[in-house]
Design a protein around this ligand. Sequence first.
Ligand SMILES: [Zn+2]
Length: 119
Amino acid sequence: MKRPRHQGYCCYCKRQLTPAEPERSTSLTRDHVNAVCLGGGRWVPCCRKCNMLKGDLGTADWFWFIDTHPRWWKRFDTNEQVKRVVREFRFAQAMARKAQLEREEAIAEARARRAGRAA
Ligand SMILES: [Zn+2]
């Protein structure tokens, strides 16, 4: 097994990891993910806080979240809060897709009406 590249630092927030102590948010934990994308093996070192916030979130959702929420480890406290943010984003995305489809339908209808009049 290859050693992860970010030894000593959390691979998500890049804070320096401290030895495993339950009270510290920067304590070293292992995140068992498909870590190949991060240059690691079957797990990556990450801090207690990131591990807790990530929880059962899928990799794609977690990366979206950390990309769009700078200093998330200071701003969020629970996995539930993170999941709510992701759910709201997915919902907004779905609404935007629906609105886009409706616009396209309206345009197609208008075109069909114009073509009908021309004939
Ligand atoms: Zn971290």
